[in-house]
Design a protein around this ligand. Sequence first.
Ligand SMILES: NC(=O)c1ccc[n+]([C@@H]2O[C@H](COP(=O)([O-])OP(=O)(O)OC[C@H]3O[C@@H](n4cnc5c(N)ncnc54)[C@H](OP(=O)(O)O)[C@@H]3O)[C@@H](O)[C@H]2O)c1
Length: 230
Amino acid sequence: MRPYVYVNVAMSADGKISTTARKQVRISGKEDFQRVDRLRAESDGIMVGIGTVLSDNPSLTIKSDELKKRRLHEGKDENPVRIVVDSHARTPPDADILHRGAGRRIIAVSRSARSEKIATLERKAEILVAGDNEVDLAALMDQIGERGVERLMVEGGGTLIYSLFAQGLVNEFCTYVGNLVIGGGSAPTPADGAGFMLEKHFVRLELKQVVPMDSGVLIRWKVKGGGFTS
Ligand SMILES: NC(=O)c1ccc[n+]([C@@H]2O[C@H](COP(=O)([O-])OP(=O)(O)OC[C@H]3O[C@@H](n4cnc5c(N)ncnc54)[C@H](OP(=O)(O)O)[C@@H]3O)[C@@H](O)[C@H]2O)c1
């Protein structure tokens, strides 16, 4: 079965998730940081695109000792399985996601990834193959579902999130909107990619929750047609 997919990103008041330099920036505050940590702890898997790994080098680990202990007590790994969507196996072998924190890692590649790159990454992560030239996201969801991932948190970036939306694979979309303006025509947004040209293809959302948080606001949307867990 495919996992329940919730996308979580932080964006500026003008809808940017980073600057035109595409490097990580701080958009939210302490309360949102703790919310994201709890959300990670409740997830079976955390997914990002290779663009985010190359830009930000995130570890995607749970930061709270209490949350880590609770997961261990429940018989889970300290961290959810961390998954990189990486068609050509470009994940740097020294990436933090491969080295920081306990728990499993998955690198999802396409059939065009070079075998020597796969061999290097295989030492640190399970390699899943889906798609010819780019990762087939629907097939990947089936594969990670078979590995026990029921709740999948997607943390970016905009290219991956757009593809997930375009393929109808998102159940819930959560944005933290921070009190700052970043600007820049080419700065990434929560859903980049090719974009939808026709109104009939727009992804329709239903508002579920709006919560003032830190100096900004958290907005939770259900994707219409997708299931939703409160
Ligand atoms: N504010 C936030 O919450 C937040 C969170 C995360 C990231 N970010 C920002 O987002 C930016 C990175 O985003 P990004 O859009 O460049 O990268 P991304 O979405 O993280 O990764 C995109 C890459 O994933 C790979 N991919 C493989 N199969 C795919 C598929 N079916 N559909 C889409 N992508 C697929 C592609 O590279 P290959 O062709 O090589 O496979 C693609 O270029 C950075 O600036 C980062 O700071 C912000």
